[in-house]
Structure formats: C-alpha cells, structure tokens
Design a binder for this molecule. Structure first.
Ligand code: NAD
Length: 462
C-alpha cells in the first residue's frame, strides 16, 4: 500500500488539477460501472450478510450512489468555479479569489453495513474534487470488498483509485499512511484510533461515526404514521444503519398505544421474518450474540421485552435473522441504553414534558441523527434549535441522508466534518485564498524604514 500511495502521489503531481471534462468522465465511468453490475452487487452483498434484501441493496447501495453521481455531475462546474471575493477599500484595486484545489491522495476506510455505498460515496466526492483515492473496505463483507476491488480495477488504474483489502491490522497500517485527507466511516471507538494515527501526519480527517439516534414522538401526533415511518427506518437492513432510530421517547400517557401501534405496523410490514426476503440478516454470529446479550442484560435488569414474533423466536438461530423486539421499562444502566444498538431492538422511554424529553437527549453524547414527530411548530422549532445532532428529519426517519443538497455528518462523538453533495466536494478540496496585487497600489507605504507615512496608515486603520 505504501507503493500505491507513492504512485498515486506521483500521478497527482503530474496532473494536479484535472479539468471539469476529465472529472465528469471519471464520474460517468463510475456510474456506468454501478448500473451495469446491479445484480452482481445485490447477490454479493446478500452472500456476505447471509441474506440482504435485494430491494434494500438497490435502494441504499445502488440508487443512492447513482443519484449522488447525477447530482455531482450537474453541479460540479459551479462548485469548481473560482470564487471572486470583495477587497477592502484600502487594498483596492487588488483582486481576491478562492480557488478549490484537489488535496491529493485521499484515504477512505469503510464499514460493512452498506458495504458498497459507504466505500463508493466518499469516492464520488474525492474524484469530483479531483483527487486520487485509496479505499480500505470492511473485512466483515469480504466478497463485497473483493467485488469492489475488481469492479473499480476495471475502470481505474491503480494510480487513480486502488482498493486495499484486509483485516484490522491492514486497516491500522492504512490509517497511518501519509494521506492528504482521510475519511473514516465506522464506530466511535475505532474513529478515535484513526484520528490518533492521522494526527501523526497531521492528515485532516472526516470521521463519520455512530451513536444512539433518538426519536421524540410528541403528544397527539398520529401514532400509526409515526410507527410506520419509525419502523421503516429502523428495520431497513435489520436496524444495521448508522442513523437508524435507536430508541423512542414517547409521551407517558401514550406509551401503551405506541407499543400496540408499533407491533401492529411491524407485523403488517413483515408478516413473517424467517422466510421473508424483505428482511435482512444480522451480519455475523458475533453481532447476533451481541444483540442477544443486550436483550438478556435488559431483561435481567428488569426491562420488559416485547416479542413481536413470539412464534419465530427459536427459528432464526441458524439464519441470523433476528425478529424485531420492543423493550420497555428500560433503565439508564442497561447496556441497551448505553451502546449503539445497531439491530432490530427498539427501546421505548416514557416522558412527561417536552423539557424532560429534550433533557434526556441533551444529557447524552450528541447523536448522529435526531427525529421528532410533531405537528406543533413550536415543538419542532425548539428541538431543531436547541438540540445538537449531526442531522435530523422531522416527521420521518432517514430521509435527511437522501437529500443531495444537505451535508451529512456527525458532531462530537458521532463524528467530525461532513460530506455528500457540495459538502463532500469541499471536504476533499483545499479552498486556497489568493490575493493578487494590482500594478497601482499603496504597498510602498508599508516598507521600512518606517516614517510618517506608516503613522498615517496606522491612524487610518485603527
Ligand atoms: P468499525 O469501526 O469496527 O470498522 C470500520 C472500518 O474500520 C473497517 O474497515 C475496519 O477494518 C477498520 N478498522 C478496524 N480497526 C481499525 C484500526 N485500528 N484503525 C483503522 N481502521 C480500523 O465499524 P463497523 O462495525 O464496520 O461499522 C459499524 C459502525 O459504523 C457503527 O457504529 C455505525 O454507526 C457506524 N457507521 C457510521 C456511518 C456514518 O455515515 N456516520 C455509516 C455507517 C456506519
């Protein structure tokens, strides 16, 4: 990987600012490659998961990328344009501008949950900004990582885009490379290690991390609508989504009705689990056991675990399909209320007043996503204004990530920086400030030896 970095760096030096036409062509190749291989991508991801819903792969791993490329191609000319900036009176008639330059070689480390999308989406932004890129995809989806390497290898030379496969040791070495920018998507704990490794080279980082993303349901909000939109976000990829609703804050008086509605909607969405192609499996035995342990821990500490599919409980052990469960009577010391769940378990926490619900969120690390269901403008305004979170959707879940014009990223423990659309272009570009002196100027008045003229200028400036 050190040699590849060197060859990418040399190639970048030879071509340090690719013109628009070259970048558009690169993005076009990428888009065609994805469109031509949809079935293979779906099949491969499904093999890695044990089962991954084909529709979910086409939505989240394929359509999302095609849409992002389309958006990027449509706006790239404008994003790349040199921006003229005003010049203060005393410096006129000089000229100020900001020029967006590619940083060089970008490193991308990606996780397993959307294994194709999360490797390629940062690549779109990196290439749009004119960079070379090296990708280290997750070892937990080895077939998809190999496929990503093969498909990208067909359309890119290694000194343009390279994929490095391997486990955590490879990832660790990869994170220590002297990149010009490093984008990491994964857990908060590994994100800390990545930032430490990058600090040695002063490599700037974008950290796309995880955490517990809360949902607040307001008093009087229609529960059927809330349940539908919460569950469709929660159970996409069986809850293995960074911005999946992690827990619900429900009005105390409506708690039982909320549980009833969630149960009803869940059974309508997924009449069964085991033989249902729409329902995705848990990525590995280890992850399945971790989720089971969260349930056991909660139960032992007094929570009530509501089995939405009691008839399926024993069936799914070999397939790693975990039936969704609701959990009530949770306490802060339960693991399910401390760790990011990342699976089809949904705790509900009752609240009395909006202030209580907002305090509950504010007392914890800033979430990656925040959801509020309310038709009350004041409630929406307060939650939008006062609570910090990477992003939010109002009266829906997940939808903010699908908006090409919205930056996507976390804050605090849920991440640093953002990408998608123009935000991605900016993350991988250096905004270089350029001052161009004019032929006629007062510059000589600042030259030493300092005399009366400098005093006049200081008087004018202060
Ligand atoms: P992870 O942190 O275990 O692994 C992510 C990547 O880091 C893998 O490619 C892995 O090989 C690599 N890695 C492992 N050890 C490393 C080290 N010491 N140094 C450098 N790299 C190392 O995460 P995961 O389990 O694959 O993914 C799940 C997590 O990712 C969840 O927390 C989820 O919320 C988060 N996530 C965030 C986003 C987002 O956009 N913010 C998207 C998807 C997932």
């Amino acid at each position: 990987m050190h040699d590849i970095l060197q060859s990418q760096r040399q190639a970048f030096r030879a071509n340090p600012n690719p013109p628009l036409a070259v970048r558009l062509n690169t993005l076009d190749r990428l888009s065609r490659m994805i469109a031509d291989n949809v079935d293979l991508i779906c099949k491969t991801i499904s093999e890695d998961f044990g089962h991954r819903s084909g529709v979910e792969t086409r939505l989240a791993d394929v359509a999302a990328l095609i849409s992002e490329i389309k958006h990027t191609r449509a706006h790239l000319k404008k994003w790349m344009a040199v921006e003229r900036r005003p010049v203060a009176l005393q410096f006129k008639p000089a000229h100020n501008e900001v020029r967006y330059q590619p940083k060089g070689v970008v490193g991308i480390i990606s996780p397993w949950n959307y294994p194709f999308q999360l490797a390629i989406s940062p690549l779109i932004a990196a290439l749009a900004a004119g960079n070379r890129a090296m990708i280290k995809p997750s070892e937990l989806t080895p077939r998809t990582s190999e496929l990503t390497k093969t498909l990208l290898g067909r359309i890119f030379d290694e000194d343009e885009v390279a994929v490095i496969t391997g486990g955590p040791e490879v990832a660790q070495e990869f994170s220590m490379l002297d990149f010009d920018h490093l984008l990491f998507t994964g857990s908060t704990s590994v994100g800390r290690l990545v930032m430490q490794a990058a600090a040695k080279n002063l490599t700037p980082v974008t950290l796309e991390l995880g955490g517990k993303s809360p949902v607040i349901i307001d008093y009087d909000y229609p529960l059927k609508t809330a349940a539908e939109r919460i569950l469709s976000g929660k159970l996409l990829n069986a809850g293995q989504t960074c911005i999946a609703p992690d827990y619900i804050l429900a009005p105390r008086a409506a708690l039982d009705d909320t549980v009833r509605e969630l149960t009803r909607v869940c059974r309508r969405f997924y009449p069964e689990i085991h033989d249902n192609d729409d329902y995705t499996a848990i990525i590995s035995e280890r992850h399945f056991e971790r989720l089971s342990a969260l349930v056991d821990d909660a139960r032992e500490k007094g929570a009530e675990v509501i089995e939405i599919y009691p008839e399926e409980a024993e069936k799914n052990v070999n397939t790693r399909k975990m039936p969704p469960k609701l959990v009530t009577n949770v306490k802060p010391d339960m693991r399910i209320m401390q760790e990011e769940i990342f699976g089809p378990l949904l705790p509900l926490v009752p609240y009395d007043t909006l202030d209580n619900a907002m305090d509950f969120v504010a007392d914890r690390p800033h979430p990656l996503a925040l959801y509020v269901f309310s038709d009350n403008k004041m409630v929406v305004e307060r939650v939008s204004n006062e609570l910090l979170a990477g992003g939010m959707s109002v009266n829906d879940t997940l939808m903010h990530i699908t908006q090409n014009d919205l930056p996507f990223g976390g804050i605090g423990e849920s991440g640093i920086g953002a990408y998608h659309g123009r935000a991605g272009f900016l993350a991988f570009s250096h905004a270089k400030s350029i001052f161009r002196q004019s032929k006629i100027n007062g510059r000589a008045m600042l030259f030493p030896p300092y005399g009366k003229s400098i005093e006049r200028i200081l008087g004018f400036l202060s």
